[in-house]
Design a protein around this ligand. Sequence first.
Ligand code: SF4
Length: 428
Amino acid sequence: MVRVARVEPGSIAEEIGIRPGTELVSINGRPLQDFLDWEFLSAEDEVVVEARQPDGEEIVYEIARDDGESIGVALEPPNVRRCANRCEFCFIEGLPQGLRRNLYIRDDDYRLSFTYGNFATLSNVKERDIARILEYRLSPLYVSVHATNWEARKVLLNNPRVPNIVDQLNRLAEGGIQFHCQMVIVPGLNDGAVLEESLTDLWNLGDAVLSAAVVPVGLTQFSHLYTGETMNREKARELLELVDRWGRKSHKERGETWVFGSDELYLLAEMPLPPAEHYGEFAQIENGIGAVTSLRMRVAEGIRDLPRLEGMRIGVVTGKAMTNLMPELLDKMSGITGAEFVLIPMENSLFGPTITTAGLLVGADIKRALSGRSDLDIALIPAETINEDRIFLDDVVFDELIQELPIPVYPSYDFIDILASEELAVAA
Ligand code: SF4
């Protein structure tokens, strides 16, 4: 069902009487299944919309609008397609009990893959979905391939009924769809020859595969399903050797890197992260591919704009993964600003010591890090730790937490965003 959540003031929708709660039934005679239908079918300049008002009255709207003019409705969030797999390494299976309910939703939804870049396995995609992907040209899609070998993939996804991903990708590629792919590596299952086969199959899809990422399995202290081997430095190095060999091949033959190891893989391998040129357009940055290099770039670009901050002591809270990478950046910023930066790497109290990513720190970690730190003037925390409602993963509310802390605390993406801001100038 497609239902209106909000109507933009002054919009066409408001003018013709569409109200929050109105159910949008069809456009130009085509029934609306979800937000995708609305988005694509309402793109015409003239549309006939059949709708049902909140009181049950059925109504037909004839809408004509200027090129590019929005109808002005925001829809209720869609029912997310649930995942039919049960991967042993699933991060959601590794969440502790008692978090807010929506964190436990295992989505596997090609629509969210196209709209938001969420990775989907395509294992629940039916014939009618393929037809929609092709009709609406939902491209690029972000696909969790893990292994192209069918038998290996069934084991990895813990689902004997997964379709053959190579056939699926081929069919979609013939219709012009492109993909960003990822392989989450479980040592002993999809590394070595299986990974070689996966990269070969993806490479043979030509331009359809825009990038392929190799990501180490990430487990929390609650990953109760996992029976596989753990990732370690040697395995990470083996993976990076393979990634590097494929990277050189793709550079030579296609002029771009094409295959990427995640930042975490380099950190596990204790190897230097590649420079910015390696990542091209940073297509999988949300997947942790090039995020640290991008941070370094943003600091390098913004550092000259930083004001002098002599005498300030600035706490920087981060995850354990950044312990060795951060001092170089902080030293540079200290040189320009005159401020003293105090690095505070924290262990993750919710997920356990194996989860070292800064963005997954929780409110309790920030509290532990900064309570009693009145020796600092301000502190920066990773902005990724809070959602759009400013709530941490452990349900701690940022605005309530900061009332309990002795110093001002700023969520920051790249230090520059806060240190060069007027907000800080006022506080300083
Ligand atoms: S595909 Fe696997 S990892 Fe992804 S949500 Fe489903 S079970 Fe979890």
